[in-house]
Design a protein around this ligand. Structure first.
Ligand SMILES: [Zn+2]
Length: 346
């Protein structure tokens, strides 16, 4: 039985439209009035955007309702859906804890409240009835000052029971002029022994080779095989895995042609670069991980064997999967048919 690992999913974008709409109806009068009917909301929430910036704006809508009080509500539904509909055995959930703290507090007060958010997310993710191994990736953010981002790195090192890595979010086209700052933050994280991934080489304006050596996995990274294939051998040598989120690129206007996806996969396979297929913002996309696999198959982007290689790579590159093998291998013995009893000859 195939059970899957999801390595790149944002806490904000993972709320499916119906759960979010129902939350507005129950708890948020203003947003309930703005979206009185579900179909209109779904259309607004899931439609493709022209640019990555426009797409990322939607996160602010979800962030505005995800607070320390409401996070358990959303996370319960997220984990339940991931277990029942997506067959996830492992999930790394990423977000910027600072953006879930009360906006009316001072910066230093908000920094102090981040640990509480991490703890609430961690505890809410552990549901005995829907067991999935989960960890958090804390995202630094291109819009946040260095002091806050540094505090996020330090928090990651202080809470290893909940946090498995750090990331930088907010659009890889927005931190280029602060690259030295982020290189230092990543170097600091590696010194503290923290695992690293980062949104990088997602868009043509997000190609920053200086940051590449500090990442253990690359958030998206699709512009490497597309526009900078000369980098693939060193990516392979470092054992860096690309977190490819196929639906995203068509929702953000980054790719127009489905054949570009085939180039990404083909060049990575040829160069020996691992790919983990991920959903990024499953709720915003109205997409679930098994359908992401299936759609790549039916569109002839990858074949069955390549799909399985990506599924295995996801477990291999997971920062906190506690076993040496994927769960499918552990279940095979348990599920294989009993040998037929030998009938006595009469
Ligand atoms: Zn992302």
């Amino acid at each position: 039985m195939a059970l899957y690992a999801e390595l790149h999913r944002h806490l904000g974008g993972s709320v499916v439209p119906r759960v979010l709409w129902r939350y507005f109806q129950r708890h948020d009068r203003e947003l309930a009035l703005r979206f009185p009917e579900y179909p209109g909301f779904e259309e607004f929430y899931t439609k493709p955007r022209d640019t990555l910036d426009e797409y990322l704006e939607l996160h602010t809508l979800v962030e505005s309702v995800q607070s320390v009080e409401t996070l358990p509500y959303f996370i319960y539904r997220l984990i339940r859906g991931a277990y029942i509909f997506e067959n996830l055995a492992y999930l790394e959930l990423r977000y910027t804890p600072y953006l879930r703290t009360p906006h009316d507090l001072s910066q230093s007060q908000r920094i102090d409240r981040m640990a509480e958010i991490v703890e609430v997310v961690g505890k809410a993710s552990q549901l005995p009835e829907y067991p999935i191994v989960t960890r958090q990736i804390l995202c630094m953010h291109s819009r946040l000052p260095d002091e806050v981002n540094r505090a996020i790195v330090e928090l990651a090192s202080q809470m290893p029971q909940y946090v498995c890595a750090i990331d930088v979010a907010g659009g890889d086209n927005h931190y280029g002029d602060r690259l030295d700052e982020f290189v230092k933050l990543y170097a600091y994280a590696r010194n503290l022994g923290i695992n690293t991934t980062g949104h990088l080489y997602e868009t043509p304006d997000g190609c920053h080779p200086q940051l590449l050596p500090y990442l253990m996995r690359i958030g998206h990274g699709i512009q490497i095989p597309l526009k900078h294939p000369e980098l693939l051998p060193e990516v392979a040598r470092r054992g860096q895995c690309l977190e490819v989120c196929p639906t995203t690129y068509f929702k953000t206007g980054t790719l127009q042609d489905i054949q570009d996806l085939k180039i990404i996969f083909d060049r990575c396979f040829d160069a020996g670069v691992d790919i983990a297929i991920c959903t990024d913002n499953a709720g915003l996309h109205d997409m679930r991980l098994p359908f992401e696999y299936e759609s790549l198959l039916t569109q002839d982007i990858i074949d069955f064997r390549q799909m399985q290689a990506c599924q295995e790579a996801a477990f291999r590159h997971a920062f906190a999967w506690p076993y040496h093998q994927p769960p499918a291998e552990m279940l095979t013995d348990l599920l294989k048919p009993e040998p037929m009893p030998v009938m006595p000859v009469v």
